[in-house]
Design a protein around this ligand. Structure first.
Ligand code: NAP
Ligand code: GDD
Length: 337
């Protein structure tokens, strides 16, 4: 059996990656969870209910801010593969909490790499770092592996630190360490405060009469949006190659927030202009205007291609959130009946 350790297992990508690895009969998956006052395991609860995989799925308390918890965990689990997906991953929030973001996202990666390096002395281990297209910041599109980075947020600076530490641990210690520079990827499991999910949740609630307006920031920003389920396959493929390397993972298409709004509302037979209001609260001190990735290295080396189109992604999220809104409406009606 192969054993994988995932940080960020309660998040969007962690849940898809855990499912993907467990769909392979030869994987045991260990997830790092941090203590919270109420349980936040909605994205992975169903795994414990699946009799085919639950015996191969284990959670452990630790934190990327706590080096001792990471080295203890590494000794207990002795994983063959480590996927570092844990992060304070919200760009806007990183302007409010820059030091915390740097600690968890930047130093957290270094703490984990150190724990991996120590384990690697007695047990071979491969490492995946969740790097981000945010690191390109204001660099002109299309962004490739050769494009110089120009981060535009505390989050992006912290990710860039984690990226270079990963590259340096590969070069200095001969670790099998890969940095996946992933462009935005979404799903019905996307956190509610990221723009795509905010739109699909808001629009479907408007459709069901549960909400009147949707308050947004910059509608002109453009992103290369893919489906999270496709992107976790690329993470796994990176660790199955003969040599470690860095990869851009993207769809090669870019769309504005405004386009995302237009398509979402039109799927619901609504016009977004009747419902969307602007609030400067959702603007960022410095913005990333256009992200558009070139994933040709991943396509060539890993044989990876996205399977879900942009239109398919929006439709998938709208259908999921419409069902949620209908259930919410039914529950509200039932409660007042
Ligand atoms: P997400 O849904 O926000 O999940 C983040 C995960 O990190 C959660 O499980 C969270 O745990 C965990 N976490 C936060 N602080 C932690 C800490 N101090 N110690 C341990 N775990 C901690 O993010 P995602 O969208 O799945 O993204 C996964 C990774 O890819 C992140 O590193 C993100 O920055 C990066 N990335 C994402 C995208 C994208 O478009 N989604 C693109 C490029 C890179 P709790 O549940 O306890 O909060
Ligand atoms: N969140 C949010 N809320 N964003 C808004 C809003 C709003 O009300 N209105 C406009 N936007 C714009 C943001 O200004 C940004 O330009 C764009 O929508 C996308 O914002 P997010 O969905 O929050 O994602 P992000 O691109 O900043 O960051 C995500 O992708 C990165 C990869 O490029 C996150 O998942 C990061 O963790 C990830 O690294």
């Amino acid at each position: 059996m192969k054993s994988a350790l995932i940080t960020g297992i309660t998040g969007q990508d962690g849940s898809y990656l855990a499912e993907y690895l467990l769909s392979k009969p030869d994987y045991v998956v260990h997830g790092l969870v941090r203590r919270s006052s109420s349980l936040n395991r909605q994205r992975i609860d169903h795994i414990f209910k699946d009799p085919n995989v639950r015996d191969r799925f284990h959670l452990h308390y630790a934190d990327l801010a706590d080096a001792s918890s990471l080295s203890s965990l590494m000794e207990v689990v002795r994983p063959d593969e480590v996927y570092n997906l844990g992060a304070q991953s919200h760009v806007r929030v990183s302007f409010d909490q820059p030091l915390y973001t740097a600690d968890v996202v930047g130093l957290g990666t270094l703490r984990l790499l150190e724990a991996v390096r120590h384990l690697h002395r007695t047990h071979p281990v491969k490492f995946y770092q969740a790097s981000s297209s945010e690191m390109y910041g204001s660099a002109a599109p299309p962004q490739t592996l050769e494009t110089p980075f120009h981060p535009r947020s505390p989050y992006a600076c912290a990710k860039l630190y984690g990226h270079w530490q990963t590259v340096n641990y590969r070069e200095a210690y001969d670790l099998f360490a890969c940095s996946g520079i992933l462009f935005n990827h979404e799903s019905p499991r996307r956190g509610e405060s990221f723009v795509t999910r905010k739109i699909t949740l808001g629009a479907t609630r408007i459709k069901e009469g549960l909400q009147k307006k949707l308050v947004m920031g910059n509608l002109e920003a453009k992103r290369d949006w893919g489906f999270a389920g496709d992107y976790v396959r690329a993470m796994w493929l990176m660790l199955q190659q003969e040599k470690p390397d860095d990869y851009v993972v993207a769809t090669g298409e870019t769309h504005s927030v405004r386009e995302f709004l237009e398509i979402t509302f039109s799927l619901l037979d609504l016009d977004y202009r009747d419902f969307v209001e602007f609030d400067p609260r959702f603007m960022r001190p410095s913005e990333v205007d256009v992200l558009l990735g070139d994933a040709s290295h991943a396509e060539k080396t890993l044989g990876w291609k996205p399977e879900v189109s942009f239109q398919g992604l929006v439709k998938m999220m709208v259908e999921h959130d419409l069902e949620l809104a209908r259930r919410e409406k039914f529950a509200a009606g039932y409660a007042t009946a």
